[in-house]
Design a protein around this ligand. Structure first.
Ligand code: GDP
Ligand code: MG
Length: 206
């Protein structure tokens, strides 16, 4: 029988204003899309339950309330994030470049134990538009050069790849949690450290 262990994952959405973060969240959580631009107001997060690897996972998706304009999202937004979905707009080159800044801000604010293995996913959104300026190839190259972050292309408008992007990041976060659940027995060893001290002695030339 499938295991019923429940896991809650906090996913945060980051990226420049207007790239489609709120649209992606709405598309994923309620299958809706609106052409109207309005800064998200009032809502901190929405949740969705999904089954991944036989487990019920509650995804808690945090969207900004438009404060990304001032890059001041407050610590509650970042605190305890299990994964971070960084979004850019394929018709806006700056929005990709700025993901570097967003990642740096995230790492300072959320301060995850291991920055290098923290689960990020990058999403190039609005692929339904004709006037794209960032090609798939260039975006992939950029992501490879930035610590090999997984990359997806989406259209929140047409509902392309949105579910895949969210569920991949959830999977990555679960893998990370599973890994950190395993106690590091090596570091729990109570034995004295003869090797290290003898090595020390050998190195000493006096
Ligand atoms: P946010 O500021 O990052 O939350 O961006 P929004 O979700 O509010 O979207 C900004 C604008 O881009 C809105 O007018 C959306 O309708 C539009 N938009 C978002 N995603 C897409 C998409 O995939 N394709 C197209 N054509 N427009 C989109
Ligand atoms: Mg928004």
């Amino acid at each position: 029988m499938a295991s019923r262990r429940k896991i809650l994952l906090k996913i945060i959405l980051l990226g420049d204003p207007n790239v489609g973060k709120t649209s992606l969240m709405n598309r994923y959580l309620s299958q809706k899309f609106s052409n109207q631009y309005k800064a998200t107001i009032g809502v901190d997060f929405l949740t969705k339950e999904v089954m991944i690897d036989d487990r019920v996972i509650t995804l808690q998706v945090w969207d900004t309330a438009g404060q990304e304009r001032y890059q001041s999202l407050g610590t509650a937004f970042y605190r305890g994030a299990d994964c971070c979905l960084m979004v850019f707009d394929v018709t806006d080159a700056n929005s990709l470049k700025n993901l570097e800044t967003w990642r740096d801000i995230f790492l300072v604010q959320a301060n995850p134990p291991d920055a290098d293995s923290f689960p990020f996913v990058i999403v190039g959104n609005k692929i339904d538009l004709e006037n794209r300026v960032i090609s798939t190839r260039n975006a992939e190259k950029w992501c490879q050069e930035h610590n090999n972050i997984p990359y997806f292309e989406t259209s929140a408008k047409e509902g392309v790849n949105v579910q895949l992007a969210f569920e991949t990041i959830a999977q990555k976060a679960i893998a990370q949690i599973n890994e950190s659940d395993v106690p590091d027995f090596a570091s729990l060893s109570l034995e004295p450290e003869p090797k290290r001290s003898s090595r020390k002695r050998k190195r000493c030339s006096c």
